[in-house]
Design a protein around this ligand. Structure first.
Ligand SMILES: Nc1ncnc2c1ncn2[C@@H]1O[C@H](COP(=O)(O)OP(=O)(O)OP(=O)(O)O)[C@@H](O)[C@H]1O
Ligand SMILES: O=P(O)(O)OC[C@H]1O[C@H](OP(=O)(O)OP(=O)(O)O)[C@H](O)[C@@H]1O
Ligand SMILES: [Mg+2]
Length: 280
């Protein structure tokens, strides 16, 4: 049975469970459950702290897991990204009191608070920045006001937490993170290929819609440029031989722009339907 680590709490946990459910796997009903066996799919889920997931996968006691790229790099273990999962996007950035810092080099000789000390120490060492790293568990934004640090390095999504603490970002982003499936490169435990295909199917179903339209046969080539699909659009004959029906996958975010362009070109009966599941 494939052994999979899933975040039990925090920003990643709900989205990870929803994604696994959409991929057709059973998920726990009670947030106190630690293990769930989905015998039909020959897979076992272990609910663990996201920070610990890279440790289990790196040690080889679990086959794969869902965690954040930032947590994977912070753990510095022998595990690799297998698939980007498209949720929990964030950046990892330096921040300080408004006006105090302009760039990372201003951190020389300063105290820097973070929950990601492994990642941060490597970043500073590579750039020969000599700052004292103060490791905190969370709520890092409060550390400067409370006097244990001069600046911070933390996860930023909307920036609301920083603003509320009277701080601003400075310097280049240290890292762009998102939820990822991790495993050990070169290892192919039974069932991993199916898990990855199913998760890729969820990503495709989330990112794409199906677009159908009718168009005069002589315009089908021009229309195909607007809706190239993944390989090539499906073109079917209509009873009226001067027209054809076209079906293609279109990125959801482009839906209205593409519909407008098709209409301008002469397409009619343009219909959009969502994709429930996919294997590409
Ligand atoms: N506001 C956020 N937006 C997107 N991703 C986030 C956010 N906060 C944390 N993350 C991501 O969540 C992961 C951290 O997991 P963690 O369990 O620490 O989550 P958390 O939300 O900080 O929970 P808690 O602090 O309650 O333990 C990291 O990959 C981090 O990038
Ligand atoms: O830019 P924002 O949208 O405001 O999000 C970023 C905040 O979210 C996370 O905090 P979390 O709620 O996990 O608390 P923590 O710092 O105690 O982990 C992260 O550590 C930042 O503080
Ligand atoms: Mg947190």
């Amino acid at each position: 049975m494939l052994r999979v680590a899933v975040p039990n709490k925090g920003s990643l946990s709900e989205s990870a469970a929803v994604m696994l459910s959409e991929a057709g796997y059973r998920q726990r009903r009670d947030s106190r459950e630690l293990v769930l066996v989905d015998a039909d799919n020959e897979i076992e889920f272990f609910y663990l702290r996201p920070r610990d997931i890279a440790v289990y996968v790196g040690a080889g006691t679990l086959d794969v897991g869902i965690t954040g790229r930032d947590l994977l790099l912070d753990a510095d273990v022998e595990a690799d990204e297998l698939l980007q999962l498209g949720f929990a996007a964030s950046t990892f950035r330096f921040a300080g009191p408004i006006g105090d810092f302009n760039s990372a080099t201003d951190l020389n000789g300063k105290r820097l608070a973070t929950s990601y000390d492994g990642l941060l120490r490597r970043y500073l060492a590579e750039r020969e920045i000599d700052a004292k790293v103060v490791r905190l568990d969370g709520a890092v934004e409060s550390s400067v006001r409370l006097g244990v640090a001069d600046a911070i390095a933390d996860v930023v999504e909307t920036g609301n937490t920083l603003r509320a603490a009277g701080m601003e970002i400075f310097g280049d982003p240290i890292l762009r993170s998102e939820a990822v499936l991790i495993g050990r490169a070169g290892q192919q435990p039974a069932g991993l290929d199916v898990l990855i295909r199913r998760l890729q199917g969820v990503l495709v179903a989330r990112q794409y819609v199906l677009m159908d339209y009718d168009i005069r046969a002589e315009l089908v080539e021009a229309a195909g440029k607007l809706t190239p699909g993944l390989e090539s659009p499906t073109v079917s004959p209509l009873q009226n031989s001067e027209w054809v029906a076209v079906r293609s996958m279109v990125l959801k975010k482009d839906t209205n722009r593409v519909m407008d362009a098709l209409y301008e070109l002469g397409a009619r009966a343009i219909l959009v339907t969502s994709i429930h599941a996919a294997r590409i």
